[in-house]
Design a protein around this ligand. Structure first.
Ligand code: NI
Length: 203
């Protein structure tokens, strides 16, 4: 199989696996991360085949059932890539990326390879900007959280802005990622300021 065929097979596999996913890690999220990652990859001269595969497979673990066990997704990705005849070296790279990409409890592991750094940046960029805001409120609703409550500094959707979204700009890996994060970060900040103004009933 050539690289194009492997990409196509991977796309089908991921689409099938993620259908019905509603916690913000759905197929459309994966597709956005793939596009952003490829765009950064071109700027940074990285291996676009590895980037595309890793982006497609980065959320392959079903978050609803597997909780915090990130090696389940990595193993699933490994098995799939082996079935496609992908080289051992590439599989190892992607295994590490899938296992360590997520932001869990405020800490995400350092990425080692350029492709890992790029896919992680793309995943973080999709948590910022207008999409990031939308995902935050959708996820909050899914978890039964309030939009906002002035009495709480956590467990509301707006509190998640400070807990996660507004920290992302400072942990971007690549120069291109940093540049892209800046604009999305400022958009989130502006949204938050306006939200709080409207919360007070200001017109
Ligand atoms: Ni993701």
């Amino acid at each position: 199989m050539n690289q194009q065929q492997i990409i196509r097979q991977t796309e089908e596999y991921v689409k099938k696996t993620l259908s019905g996913e509603c916690t913000g890690h759905d197929w459309f999220h994966v597709e956005r991360v793939r596009k952003i990652a490829l765009c950064i990859g071109k700027q940074e001269n990285a291996d676009l085949f590895v980037i595309e595969l890793a982006a497609l497979l980065h959320d392959i673990a079903d978050h609803k059932f597997h909780g915090g066990d990130t090696s389940i997704g990595a193993k699933k990705a490994q098995e799939f890539l082996e079935s496609q005849g992908v080289s051992k070296e590439i599989i190892q790279n992607i295994y590490y990326i899938v296992e360590n990409i997520s932001f869990k409890g405020g800490i995400s592991k350092l990425m080692i390879t350029p492709e890992g750094k790029i896919v992680q940046d793309a995943d973080r960029l999709d948590a910022l900007g207008a999409i990031g805001i939308g995902r935050t409120f959708a996820y909050g609703g899914h978890k039964g959280r309030e939009l906002y409550n002035p009495a709480f500094t956590s467990h509301t959707s707006l509190a998640h802005f400070d807990e996660k979204l507004l920290k992302l700009k400072n942990i971007m890996n690549t120069g291109t990622g940093k540049k892209l994060a800046e604009e999305r970060h400022n958009y989130v900040l502006k949204f938050k300021q306006r939200f709080l103004k409207e919360w007070e009933g200001e017109i």
